[in-house]
Design a protein around this ligand. Structure first.
Ligand SMILES: [Fe+2]
Length: 446
């Protein structure tokens, strides 16, 4: 038998069964509930910080989004992109969600369960081989699953910001023992691939902003083998970087003056030594682990200090995905196989970053470590559509954010669920944000 399709196409055309969808929906919900199991109702209702709304709102919104896409919008026409009301994110920005008359936790969970019941009932009747691109290969189910995964990560941002006693997870997965370093943390990799493809044509799972797959000419460049470590970042701080105005852009200086930052978010000085907090653990920063909770301006200033620059989004994706021997891009740094717990620091339960080289398989064909997991990586690119972009199934997922306000982040963090990350996945945020699980690596011209 000969294969008429390439291995990449085979991966993308995975036929999804009803049983798999049911299992994935149940698994996603179990994780959402596990994260909040140890949190009091008062803490779920509280607006802990203007940056993030109450977790109780996230819960109601997860249910609301599921009801909209897996029930109402399957009636033949897409009625709304976000339903009007309490859980509409555009009507109620994060900083004011604490003032909403949110129902009790019990009522919220009951509503979510009732929605799930209707969704499962309808799942038995839908045509997953339909010509409707929303249903074909179960796309809309993947979209709703990823939405819940993504809200799990925003819930963790809120839990890290939490006022009062720090969040103490019910279960913590121990990080692997660090492996033998594959090279020094400050090594760089030279990338000279000529032409490479970025983006994807996948319609079973990828978001509209990841499509289409397209060829780009990539001038040779160098990129850090690993994300920038706490050790390197401390050297930057100790060199007076937060007071050296020449290292910062105009916008970076405005942020610096306003924030009065002297180090990453959640770092504090104790008798001359740095400590950092991750949930309920406070410890000196591990010099071998990636720096996390830095904004774009800090990343950019570090790069300038190091005589480098931030990578563009295309450079980042090529470094993560391009396999020069196969002449094609891979879905993950290690290949097309979906992430397992031993591939990368993903899936939340470690509740922290891991030392560089802890995951032996987390190396791209070009030799970059940790492109997925641990920290989202800032790139120098503004969020915009790929050439040939078409909004699907709704412009409010990404198109309304295109422009110069947001920078693209890549690669997921320890707080990202594996189903919500791949080499082509694009995240975006304001350059001043650092409650997100963000770090970076640097690049330079050849
Ligand atoms: Fe949402």
């Amino acid at each position: 038998m000969t294969l008429a399709v390439s291995p990449t196409e085979l991966v993308q055309r995975s036929v999804v069964s009803r049983a798999e969808i049911r299992r994935a929906l149940a698994e996603a919900r179990a994780r959402t509930l596990k994260l909040i199991d140890v949190v009091t109702e008062a803490d779920l209702r509280a607006q802990h910080d203007p940056l993030m709304g109450p977790i109780l709102w996230d819960l109601g919104h997860i249910g609301h989004f599921e009801e909209l896409w897996l029930d109402r919008n399957l009636d033949g026409k897409v009625e709304f992109v976000e339903m009007p009301g309490m859980y509409n994110p555009f009507e109620h920005p994060r900083r004011v969600r604490g003032e909403l008359p949110l129902p009790t936790l019990a009522a919220t969970l009951d509503a979510m369960a009732a929605i799930r019941e209707r969704v499962l009932e309808r799942l038995e009747r839908v045509d997953l081989e339909s010509d409707d691109p929303l249903l074909r290969d179960g796309y809309v189910y993947q979209m709703v699953l990823q939405h819940e995964y993504q809200h799990n990560e925003t819930m963790l941002q809120t839990l890290q910001l939490k006022q009062g006693a720090p969040y103490s997870p019910a279960e913590r997965r121990e990080l692997p023992r660090r492996g033998t370093p594959n090279g020094s943390a400050d090594a760089m990799v030279r990338v000279d691939v000529g032409r490479a493809s970025v983006g994807t044509d996948d319609r079973a799972r990828a978001y509209d902003n990841e499509r289409p797959r397209h060829l780009v000419d990539v001038p040779p460049f160098w990129i850090d083998r690993t994300p920038v470590t706490n050790g390197a970042y401390i050297a930057f701080i100790e060199d007076g970087a937060y007071r050296r105005r020449d290292l910062w852009s105009q916008a970076g200086l405005a942020w610096l003056d306003e924030s009065k930052a002297e180090g990453p978010k959640y770092w504090l000085r104790d008798r001359g030594e740095w400590l950092r907090r991750s949930m309920d653990r406070v410890a000196p920063p591990d010099h071998a682990a990636p720096v996390i909770h830095v904004c774009y301006h800090e990343a950019e200033a570090f790069a300038r200090w190091a005589g480098k620059r931030l990578p563009s989004e295309v450079e980042w994706e090529v470094a993560a995905s391009w396999d020069p021997n196969a002449g094609r891009s891979l879905s993950y740094p290690w290949g097309d196989r979906e992430p397992t717990a031993s591939d990368a620091n993903l899936d939340q339960l470690s509740f922290d970053v891991a030392a560089i080289d802890s995951y032996a398989t987390n190396v791209s064909p070009l030799g970059c470590y940790g492109m997925l997991g641990d920290v989202w990586e800032w790139t120098s690119t503004n969020f915009d559509g790929h050439p040939g972009f078409a909004a699907f199934p709704y412009a409010e997922y990404s198109q309304v954010f295109f422009g110069t306000e947001y920078k693209v982040l890549r690669g997921g963090s320890w707080a990202t669920r594996p189903g919500a990350i791949r080499n082509t996945f694009r995240n975006w945020d304001y350059p001043i944000r650092r409650q997100i699980f963000s770090g970076f690596r640097c690049a330079r011209d050849d």
